[in-house]
Design a protein around this ligand. Structure first.
Ligand code: G4P
Length: 288
């Protein structure tokens, strides 16, 4: 894997988040429920430096519900409040302001003790590109918001979006960089569509996807593409290519001489996987 974030971007992204942290009471760390580990910024604890945090597993509609439950208990054991939502339909999004209020209860109590009228709680959404930050902001706002672009060092002119009466959201999300150095992480992100195909080879991503699916979700794969025989050994690359060829034949992806067009098959597999047509799949396991 050769893709890497230019260190300058990281420094800039970090500065932008640090400037915003001063304005807010709580961070909503948005992760992809299919890859809660791979979509997590490796330096997140350091960057958010002790701010109260709610972890939100987005795209839960596409993730394996059993694995999502395991992830929620994993994060809870680590001491983080965590909920799973689907921002595209809004399922469970309404729980977010409620959980934020619970987490900041002590702050509200303190304001009241000082004789202050508790103001709206201020939150910032952070996450890697494509995790659904804009979709979630629009859902919470209940309307389509024209998000302002990030400019270096800008903290003035930030707009607050009202979420009910008790919460406000900063209109510009904090963009974190994913952990690219790890090859496995790169492929998992690519499978979810978080890394564009121009960067990684589409056949490589599909090959990786079929290996994971054959290993952990064979019944789903079998059913979707009408396959018969599972690979004898998922570690055997030729066996995985055979599965890809089988899928290609089922979908009519043939070149001259009966050869299978692997690039075309790869596109089909990845499109259907990302759209959730292969069922609800989680690639990261808490045991990892
Ligand atoms: P970002 O701001 O973090 O970069 O992400 P953004 O909201 O733009 O969302 C990226 C893609 O993920 C969008 O799809 C969006 O619809 C989709 N998405 C966001 N949240 C969810 C969710 O909870 N479930 C599902 N299934 N999808 C979600 P897109 O194909 O890039 O655009 P669109 O045409 O679908 O909007």
């Amino acid at each position: 894997m050769t893709i890497q974030w230019f260190p300058g971007h990281m420094t800039r992204a970090r500065r932008q988040i640090e400037a915003k942290l001063k304005l807010i009471d709580i961070v909503i760390e948005l992760l992809d429920a299919r890859v809660p580990l791979s979509s997590r910024n490796p330096m997140v604890d350091e960057i958010l430096s002790g701010k109260p945090r709610l972890i939100v597993l987005n795209k839960a509609d596409l993730a394996d519900p059993r694995a999502t439950d395991q992830w929620i208990s994993f994060f809870s054991k680590e001491g983080h409040a965590c909920i799973a939502v689907d921002s595209s339909t809004g399922t469970r999004v309404a729980d977010i302001p409620q959980r934020v209020k619970e987490l900041l209860d002590h702050k509200i109590v303190r304001m009241k003790q000082k004789g202050m009228n508790p103001r709206a709680l201020r939150a910032l959404i952070v996450g890697i590109p494509n995790v659904g930050k804009s979709t979630l902001i629009n859902r919470l706002a209940g309307r389509s918001i024209a998000l302002t672009g990030d400019r270096p060092g800008v903290t003035k002119g930030q707009q607050w979006i009202k979420v009910g009466n008790e919460m406000e959201l900063l209109d510009t999300p904090g963009i974190l960089w994913p952990k690219f150095e790890d090859q496995l992480v790169g492929y998992r992100l690519a499978m979810t569509g978080a890394i564009r195909e121009e960067i990684l080879n589409i056949e490589d991503i599909a090959f990786f996807a079929v290996r994971v699916l054959a290993d952990r979700y064979w019944d789903t794969l079998k059913e979707r593409f009408g396959l018969e025989t599972p690979p004898k050994d998922v570690e055997d690359s030729e066996e995985i290519v055979k599965v890809m060829e089988d899928i290609g034949r089922k979908r009519g992806c043939l070149l001259g001489g009966g050869r299978v067009d692997l690039e075309k098959v790869s596109g089909i597999i990845l499109r259907e996987l990302r759209a959730g047509k292969l069922g609800r799949i989680t690639l990261d396991e808490p045991q990892q």
